[in-house]
Design a protein around this ligand. Sequence first.
Ligand code: GDP
Ligand code: GDP
Length: 433
Amino acid sequence: MSNIIAIVGRPNVGKSTLYNRLTESRKAIVDDFSGVTRDRHYGQGEWIGKTFTVIDTGGYVHGSDDIFEAAIREQVLIAIEEASVILFMVDVTVGITDLDDEIADLLRRSKKPVYVVVNKVDHHQLHHDATVFYSFGLGEIYNISSMTGSGTGELLDDVVQHFQEIEETDSLLPKYAIIGRPNVGKSSLINALIGNERNIVTPIAGTTRDAIQIHYNQYGHEFMLIDTAGLRRKTKVKENIEFYSVMRTIKALEEADVVILMIDAMEGIEAQDINIFHLAEKNKKGVVVVVNKWDLIEKNNKTTKLFEEQIREKTAPFTDYPIVFTSVLEKQRILKAIEVAAKVYTNKSKKIPTSKLNEILLPIIENYPPPAIKGKYIKIKYITQIVGKSPMFAFFCNLPQYIKDPYKRFLENQLRENFDFDGVPIQLFFRQK
Ligand code: GDP
Ligand code: GDP
């Protein structure tokens, strides 16, 4: 079960503008300056307590007009297969074009929910013009202005009805997803782990479309591996290979408890890897970074440390996760990667007793209390862990609104130092008491 919204439509209708609005537009703009977001066309959104991933398909096509159109048609087909909900965007100021009609033809055959989103309805007079889009025969139309945000709330109200809280534990076994760019060694790792068993692995019923899950039970470890590498779709258009693999990756990530992010030692951690890392973090997944092809690196006694520092620097502020250096080719530290993933899973699932939390943290807080604000003293009285799919901590205090980010970071670090949440995103809440 995954919650993926794909925005499809021809160029210039406003897909990326809507994408920015549905994810965090301000952050996207900031990232743009650092050059990170050029290839960031998917991200996390939230509406009335439900989270989802949005993909702007427009980000994946470049090239001449005819390549463009073929690519867009194919993307629509991939979106129909892979996404949970499709937003078909059109432009009220242009009306219906041939390409719009072609896309509508493909979408009419889709079993997935399709929403016709008429964009650039910036003022009321344009509502009348929007009615032509009923002729697609795709049902209700949603008039929005991505620029101002008007109409997007009504659209999301309806869209998120298709989404449930993502359920992680439909099996009692931990689920690990091996994720990474093409050629980092994902297939080789899976083959090394399960030998030629893979050839006889059949997709588990009901999950066929989502990702192949492999049951692993050897050397004292039992878990499900979510395989993204084994599935390759034939794409006619080169650019769509990436689009398809991103779709797969997101689904695998949403299904997993722990994400094993594999990178190529020769290439280091790149913008795409960092995007995946942050997506895992935002989805509250456990994270292990595996640096593969370590055999190809010339090493001295500082190399490992240097690599680790470079990686953590790029994923900051979340830096508390294990990094394993493997050579699948030379069978080095393959089991170590699995052991570390198992440890992260344990860290993610554990519950610290309230008495222990308070026993350890309250004296630390007393020694280093939150700074007083406007002459008011802030007192943290007690702490409990809230049960959930990932660790959450509630700090009960007299003036929760006065606890600022630096102090929150201090508390998070204390939790990490004292209780080992290696590889696990944790959340802190401050409540009135
Ligand atoms: P994409 O190619 O489909 O991703 O389209 P973009 O998001 O890049 O938008 C294309 C152009 O339409 C840009 O100049 C946007 O500023 C503009 N645009 C996007 N949304 C709106 C809108 O709601 N109203 C108006 N008037 N312009 C918009
Ligand atoms: P995937 O696309 O991520 O599934 O990557 P593959 O498993 O297909 O590996 C891509 C290429 O990298 C293949 O030629 C592998 O033999 C090679 N490869 C995988 N792991 C290693 C490794 O640890 N060291 C070296 N030198 N090559 C590797």
